[in-house]
Write a new protein. Sequence first.
Length: 212
Amino acid sequence: MPLADFLTSTLGKLEVQYHQMGEAIDPPIRAKLGNRKFFRHEQQSDVLLCYLKGVKFVSTLNAAVILFRHGYAQEVGALCRMADDFFFEIMFFVKPLGENAPSKDQQRMFDDFFREEFENPDDPLGTGIDRDNVPRRKINAAFGQIAKDELNPHDAQHTASTVHKALSGYVHGAYPHIMEMYGGNPAYFHMSGMLGTPRIIEWEDQLITYVY
């Protein structure tokens, strides 16, 4: 079976499991915001947050496999950075980091996640709401503490930070990352995918790791 087909099949099974988990969560209802209605949950919880981050994680990896099939290795890298974010944000809520209660940063991320983008969706330019993101270093530090039974906390935090920074180059278009698009005989910038280049082989291993 081709690798992309195997990854698609594996993610399909994971998607089925997520639909099954979703049966334990109250479905969203149509809530009025401004003059329109949007799907929103009546009850917010850390369980719901983690579930929804997982939904986004599976969707992102499905998109990454589609791009991989067409040779868009750079864009796969950007989506893997997103997937990393979702994974570590889920891990951030695995257990309370305060004294038998969520830490201030956990509560901060919780509030920010469920915050609406606009006070009034009918007036997006005039009612935007500022985000209050928890710094990535704090999330990585929390992962180090959660994984301390398996990894040295410093090593776990350092590894998470290094991978995050490396993949960020695909998101922001850093020079070294853009230059990965150049090659061939004669050499040129591959702007319609990178099928047939060494980058595809490299990202085969990366995608296996992320889906695993």
